[in-house]
Design a protein around this ligand. Structure first.
Ligand SMILES: Cc1cc2nc3c(=O)[nH]c(=O)nc-3n(C[C@H](O)[C@H](O)[C@H](O)COP(=O)(O)OP(=O)(O)OC[C@H]3O[C@@H](n4cnc5c(N)ncnc54)[C@H](O)[C@@H]3O)c2cc1C
Length: 599
């Protein structure tokens, strides 16, 4: 690898040793694959990402896309990178053979996404968005829509976007104003503005297929009146060729802090003439269609955040091992050679915190992806229902915890480099800026926290929460046979009991009708349950390592590093949950009693 910073062992450890994703090949759905196929695909991904994505990550950040009033200009390397991605067949990885894809398990597809996000998140966003849009058409489109749109998207000729947000409606999608009026021709006339649309305009593809949320006049108010439409940038002839523009106009590009390689746009629909959209799914079920895809989109965001946390960690580790500065505590002779900064305990702290957060988060995201595969191959309805419950409660955590703590990892990664971290000579500041998006988009972290506590924990009388706690208890039981893990099992057991107690206190407040007080500190609850889940992930990693018979020399060192990160997490981070529990159980009303006009 020349440009790409990646630890392949970490991907292999999580996918194969921990999650055993190759076992899914026993199911007929994935029987055409085996570990060799997965490995070879990862090898190709690393080569393409190294040569065609990582090569221009810094350049596209420095030379961001610009709009000259008519056209959007991007550096040529972006198109070259995406062409290489498409040529290698990666656009089809998540799609079935019948759709022209390669039907890889979702967890393996996320392993590939890891590689490209580590190389260049800005360029990777175009194919990721296209795959997400095509996936939505696959799930909810009519047979005609699938026949028309899927092949050109999977072949990388047409790209896709997700158009939810508007200038005045971000978190509160029920308040969108974009309208869709039925015509006698079978299509709808779309009018309105969409804000923040990633990949909304460019000339990287022949066409852009926008998936647009809009309201049909006369429908119910709020989110129940939202429908979903396919709105192509260019209209499409009956033979599938691309025709004239469809009156989707670019008002301007947003100039962002990070992710600069991805164009981000304010689009007007129907401003300069008729903009045609085609209903996808049922009238007024648009948000449900979008949310159907959200679990996977949120795993994608969490994974990107965790990957950026890990990539920066690897950069800072290299730096710390090669930067001489100062001498060990107690060494007073100035003529002795300097030590590398990795010798200083405080620098080790900064390395350990990054490793603990990012590798904990990566294992959680891939666990979520493996749940998606297990759902697709579940033996019966009851197994399917259980897996679904687990995924439901984990999804807001998978999105928000890595987004928050991946960024915190980046804070410490940059700090390891001292002044150099603050310059553009090293990628740390860019990665930090890129990662700052992840707590904001795909439902802000505040919205995820409210979803976790208000909906997912409380739903079906706490069924998902109870299931999650049972899963954690099962790992504790399994690990209690391993004496060397005693420290971890005891701590996780105590923390789980505390989380249950706190959750019952909050649920009781909700049952008394004190919903405001129950939900006011939802972010702290995300810290509490998220922190516990990451502790669970680290115990699972330790248990997995304890059971690997006769590891190689290289693995022995790698496993020792893992153990130190687990120990750091359990001694430094897990005890913080107690503080969160105390605050939550007091039903603290500081936030409710604050008048923001007095601040
Ligand atoms: C770079 C970038 C790319 C994006 N790409 C896309 C895209 O491709 N397609 C798309 O549709 N959108 C996209 N978005 C939009 C993104 O999803 C929104 O920015 C996000 O949903 C928040 O909406 P908002 O910006 O209007 O903030 P607001 O909704 O105004 O929120 C502002 C603050 O208030 C908080 N808040 C709001 N309501 C509540 C509440 N009820 N309870 C508690 N706190 C609340 C939020 O958490 C946030 O901290 C993108 C955004 C960015 C910055």
């Amino acid at each position: 690898m020349i440009n790409l910073k990646l630890r392949r062992r970490e991907i292999d450890f999580l996918l194969y040793d921990l999650l055993k994703v190759d076992q899914v090949c026993a199911h007929p759905r994935y029987a055409m694959h085996d570990r060799e196929v997965f490995d070879a695909t990862l090898d190709v991904a690393i080569k393409v990402a190294d040569e065609h994505f990582a090569n221009h990550a810094a350049k596209v950040d420095a030379e961001e896309p610009h709009f000259d009033g008519e056209r959007v200009h991007l550096i040529p390397e972006v198109k070259q990178g995406i062409d290489a991605y498409v040529a290698a067949g990666f656009m089809g990885t998540g799609f079935d053979l019948d759709d022209g894809g390669s039907q890889l398990p979702y967890a393996v597809a996320q392993g590939l996404a890891w590689v490209f996000a580590a190389a260049n998140v800005g360029t990777a966003a175009y194919p990721f968005l296209t795959m997400a849009a095509a996936n939505l058409i696959r799930a909810h489109g009519s047979p005609e829509q699938k026949a028309r749109y899927l092949a050109p998207m999977i072949e990388g000729r047409w790209f896709g976007t997700m158009c939810l947000s508007e200038p005045q409606a971000g978190s509160s999608l029920g308040d969108i104003r974009t309208r869709a009026e039925a015509t006698e021709h079978g299509y709808y006339r779309i009018s309105g503005s969409k804000m923040w649309i990633s990949g909304g305009e460019h000339e990287l593809s022949e066409n852009i297929i926008h998936l647009v949320l809009a309201k049909i006049p006369g429908g119910p108010a709020g989110s129940r009146g939202i429908s979903l439409f396919i709105v192509p940038k260019r209209r499409i002839n009956d033979d599938g060729s691309v025709a004239e523009r469809n009156n989707v106009s670019l008002v301007g590009l947003n100039h962002k802090m990070g992710y600069r390689g991805t164009t981000n746009t304010l689009l007007n629909f129907g401003e300069a003439g008729e903009c045609r959209g085609w209903l996808i799914g049922e009238v007024n079920h648009g948000l449900a269609c979008m949310f159907h895809m959200m679990n996977e989109a949120r795993i994608g965001v969490g994974l990107n955040a965790a990957v950026l946390g890990h990539t920066a960690y690897l950069h800072s580790l290299d730096y710390a091992l090669g930067r001489p500065q100062g001498r060990k505590t107690g060494e007073r002779d100035p003529t002795t050679p300097q030590v590398m900064i990795a010798e200083h305990p405080d620098v080790r702290r900064m390395l350990l915190v990054q490793k603990a957060f990012s590798e904990g988060a990566l294992s959680l995201c891939l666990h979520g992806a493996a749940l998606v595969d297990r759902l697709a191959t579940a033996a019966d309805d009851s197994e399917h229902a259980e897996l679904n419950l687990e995924l439901e409660i984990l999804t807001p955590i998978i999105k928000a915890w890595p987004a928050h703590y991946g960024l915190e990892a980046n804070y410490w990664g940059l700090q390891v480099l001292g002044g150099y971290g603050y310059t553009r000579d090293y990628p740390l500041e860019r990665i930090y800026r890129d990662n700052r998006l992840n707590p904001i988009h795909e439902g802000t972290n505040g919205i995820q926290a409210a979803d976790l506590l208000g909906r997912k924990v409380m739903m079906q009388n706490g069924a998902a929460f109870k299931l999650l706690m049972a899963r954690i208890a099962a790992t504790i039981d399994e690990a209690s046979g391993e004496a060397e893990l005693n420290e971890f099992t005891a701590a996780l057991k105590a923390a789980s009991e505390r989380v249950v107690k706190t959750t019952m206190t909050l649920a009781a407040a909700g049952a008394r009708g004190e919903t405001d007080r129950m939900l006011a500190n939802a972010w702290v609850y995300m810290e509490l349950l998220g922190g516990l889940v990451i502790g669970w992930m680290w115990l699972r990693q330790m248990l997995c390592i304890a059971r690997i018979a006769s590891p190689s020399e290289a693995d022995l060192d790698y496993f020792k590093g893992k153990r130190q990160a687990a120990r750091y997490y359990y001694r430094w981070e897990l005890p913080k949950l107690e503080r969160h529990a105390v605050l939550l159980e007091s039903l603290d009303d500081t936030l409710l009693m604050t008048d923001a006009t007095q601040l």
